[in-house]
Design a binder for this molecule. Structure first.
Ligand SMILES: [Zn+2]
Length: 585
């Protein structure tokens, strides 16, 4: 939640300073415990921001020179101040916008009946949309041995319905299959519709993470006011991120039809309080026409050059997939699934195909961010990046292995040696039992093996993968420091836990590096943007026995740990009742 910011209510430390500093700043925070995430100057107690950038980091004495009559001074009251968090991989704009049309409530449904109720309500609330959309369903709550197509058809037969699982499996009805096939067969095929033994579609789509409603319908066909609803939903998502200390987000996967909407949202001020980087989705069919692909990438770079500003970065990265998710058996393993000895998963690209597509991406100086989760999928990605680095050595491409959930021991070493960026999301520990069953407990001992990766010198960074996990970094920091999983148990590789302070660095400075933005963000350092978070809990204590004993360990119970979030020296979120408004000087 975002509280109105009234400058006249900012806490002032006026009496402590004579307000005659020779180099007055716009904002000074003093008397804080600052974790700068800058290795050459890790701790400080005061910081000054001028014209959006940090002008001073140090102690109370030095900062007084930056306090003039117009300087806003905030009393840190001994609380922790960190850099703004940088989410290395999330979907806050695209899916964030879609939540305006596509309720996320299915995540909380524990039976088919509950799902049905939400879907029928969603249909009633969006009577003029060509599609009834909802997301978040969990595969294990559906009855076994029942045709999902028939089940959904029996709920709604006369309108197209598309439901995305929380792991991005697709489940659609007959009307939706018809609509997709008719409007855009190529985009439909990319979603990999499943067929039953008789060759008929069964209503499931294996690559539904690539679902973009605008491939099939216009924004107007999604109902009256659809665009406004999307913009409002995007705004809500970004406000939620600010309320938990996330100031920069890499929305890794965007589609051509969506780019104009992002630009319009930005032009209307939608990104004024945050920073976002956008990646561009590359489907596995692009090699069918390499010239068109190269042209498309050139277009993407041009968009970046003409549109990027201090709140929005475009045209620098692309998003690829090498495998999928465990729930629909598309995670690619070397050894079979723990709950199915005949299943190894499947790849989106062959090694050769992936070599070629990355060679093209690399030759255009774009950064490849590739979804890879299974050990065999990760291995294929590393092989390709190794080849790309050999073909064009000495460049700073920072190709990324996104998620990088379960690398083999050998590949952990290779990631470090080759300098492949592992963009990881500790919040994936809050999946469900599908992951546990598919990986098996033995393989889970190397699930996101942070300690081993740190030892191997891997360039690791952290994020949320929202909406596949909570955007609040507190949960991920807790996982990093305890290895607690979705059951709040510690049986997934407890030896791979790491220091919380290192986890904070992975979520700030190291994520900034993964976004190639470390010159501007990621640490509290002179010259960078004044993006900071003032905490009311000490995040370094999240894994302490005291914390674990005195807090409710569940999702949703740790939403109020941030007192203030500051972007470019401007407070953009302040917690109600944090005391800030009553301590006027
Ligand atoms: Zn993702």
């Amino acid at each position: 939640m975002v509280v109105g910011l009234n400058p006249s209510s900012w806490p002032i430390l006026a009496p402590r300073f004579d307000r005659k500093g020779s180099d007055p700043a716009d904002l000074v925070i003093a008397n804080a415990r600052i974790l700068t995430c800058n290795v050459s100057n890790p701790r400080a107690s005061a910081v000054a921001v001028k014209d959006g950038r940090i002008a001073f980091v140090g102690g109370i004495k030095g900062v007084s020179d930056h306090v003039g009559p117009g300087t806003v001074v905030i009393n840190g009251k001994g609380r922790i101040l960190t850099p703004g968090f940088v989410d290395n991989h999330c979907h806050v704009l695209w899916i964030g916008g879609l939540t305006g049309l596509m309720t996320t409530e299915l995540f909380f449904c524990e039976s088919a009946e509950e799902i049905k109720e939400i879907v029928l309500r969603q249909a009633a609330e969006h009577p003029d949309s060509l599609m009834v959309l909802a997301q978040g369903w969990k595969p294990h709550v559906l009855p076994q041995g029942v045709s999902r197509l028939e089940l959904l058809d029996s709920w709604i037969g006369d309108r197209a319905v598309a439901l995305m699982s929380y792991m991005a499996d697709g489940w659609v009805n007959s009307k939706m299959l018809e609509l997709m096939e008719e409007r855009n067969p190529a985009a439909f095929e990319r979603l990999e519709p499943e067929k039953d033994d008789s060759g008929a579609y069964n209503g499931l789509l294996r690559q539904f993470h690539a679902f973009n409603p605008l491939d099939f319908v216009s924004i107007e066909e999604l109902g009256k006011g659809a665009k406004e609803m999307m913009f409002q939903a995007m705004g809500r998502t970004l406000d939620e991120a600010l309320s938990v200390g996330v100031t920069t987000m890499d929305d890794v996967q965007n589609y051509k039809a969506f780019i104009p909407l992002i630009l319009e949202f930005r032009d209307r001020g939608g990104l004024d309080k945050v920073r976002a980087r956008c990646g561009y989705y590359v489907p596995n069919t692009v090699l069918d026409d390499e010239d068109a692909f190269v042209e498309d990438l050139a277009w993407w770079k041009e968009v970046g050059e003409s549109e990027s500003d201090e709140h929005l970065v475009m045209g620098r990265s692309v998003k690829l997939y090498i495998d999928g998710v465990a729930s629909n058996r598309t995670t690619l393993f070397f050894e079979p699934y723990a709950d199915d000895p005949n299943e190894y998963g499947e790849a989106v690209w062959t090694q050769e195909g992936f070599d070629r597509v990355v060679e093209i991406v690399d030759s255009m100086d774009l950064q490849a961010c590739t979804h890879c989760v299974g050990d065999a999928g990760i291995n294929r990605v590393i092989n390709t990046y190794e080849r790309a680095y050999k073909l064009r050595p000495g460049r700073d491409q920072r190709h990324r292995a996104d998620h990088c959930s379960g690398p083999t021991r050998e590949d952990i070493e290779r990631l470090g040696k080759l300098g492949v960026y592992a963009a990881m999301q500790p919040t994936h520990f809050f999946g469900d039992e599908t992951v546990e069953k598919a990986y098996g407990l033995k393989r889970l001992q190397l699930f996101q093996p942070w300690r081993s990766m740190e030892k191997a010198g891997v360039e690791m960074s952290f994020g949320s993968d929202w909406c596949a996990g909570p955007i609040n970094p507190v949960y991920g920091l807790l996982v990093a420091g305890t290895r607690m999983n979705y059951r709040f148990k510690r049986n997934w590789g407890p030896r791979e836990r790491i220091e919380i302070e290192d986890a904070i660095r992975h979520w700030t400075l190291d994520s900034a590096k993964a976004l190639k933005m470390e010159d501007d963000i990621g640490s509290i350092e002179v010259g960078k943007y004044g993006d900071m978070v003032l905490w009311n809990h000490n995040p370094l204590k999240l894994n302490s026995l005291w914390f674990l004993l005195t807090h409710r360990l569940e999702l949703g119970a740790m939403e109020d740990f941030v007192d203030m979030t500051i972007v470019g020296g401007r407070p953009v979120y302040r917690q109600e009742g944090s005391g800030e408004q009553s301590t006027l000087g």
